[in-house]
Design a protein around this ligand. Structure first.
Ligand code: 4NP
Length: 158
């Protein structure tokens, strides 16, 4: 199973979600059955590490994002991944616009799996420190919901 987490710049929200989801999959014993990656619909930050505020906020909760590097969404992602999950509606619309007609992947909002239907992980880039804490709270809830979904789909025993 392959999961791609998608935001705008791939330096704040989706790398945070990538690091946290990977960590929670390890805790659930599913790390070797689910591959996780992230990307941005925009290309301004390609090759860069996550925003230092995102790295610092995640580190305070025990998640290491420092080794991640930004990349941009590519056409092949729609074939390679089973789930393409957007952090907000604009990025969901960007995914839907680029999705090829024969695409069989699930495309939706990341937070749908946390029971927060139609809710976004707000973009923290132009705001203050508290925005990064909100991202962490929402992403932790989303990642836990997604682990439960994957657990069920894979039929794994806890
Ligand atoms: P992200 O945040 O989409 O969560 O990575 C952003 C990062 C950079 C920009 C916008 C959002 N930017 O405009 O450069």
């Amino acid at each position: 199973m392959r999961v791609l987490l998608v935001c705008l710049g791939n330096i704040c929200r989706s790398p945070t979600a990538e690091g946290i989801l990977r960590h929670k999959l390890e805790q659930a014993g599913l790390a070797d059955r689910v591959e996780v990656d992230s990307c941005g619909t925009g290309g301004w930050h390609v090759g860069k590490a996550p925003d230092r505020r995102a790295i610092a906020a995640a580190a305070r909760r025990g998640f290491d994002l420092s080794g991640l590097r930004a990349r941009q969404l590519e056409a092949d992602d729609f074939r390679r991944f089973d789930y393409l999950l957007a952090m907000d509606r604009d990025n969901l619309l960007a995914l839907e616009a680029r999705c090829p007609p024969d695409c069989r992947a699930y495309i939706g909002l990341f937070l749908d799996f946390a029971g927060y239907e139609n809710q976004a992980v707000p973009d923290p880039y132009f705001g203050g420190k508290e925005g990064f804490e909100e991202v962490l709270d929402l992403v932790e809830a989303g990642a836990e919901g997604l682990v439960a979904e994957l657990h069920q789909r894979l039929g794994a025993v806890s």
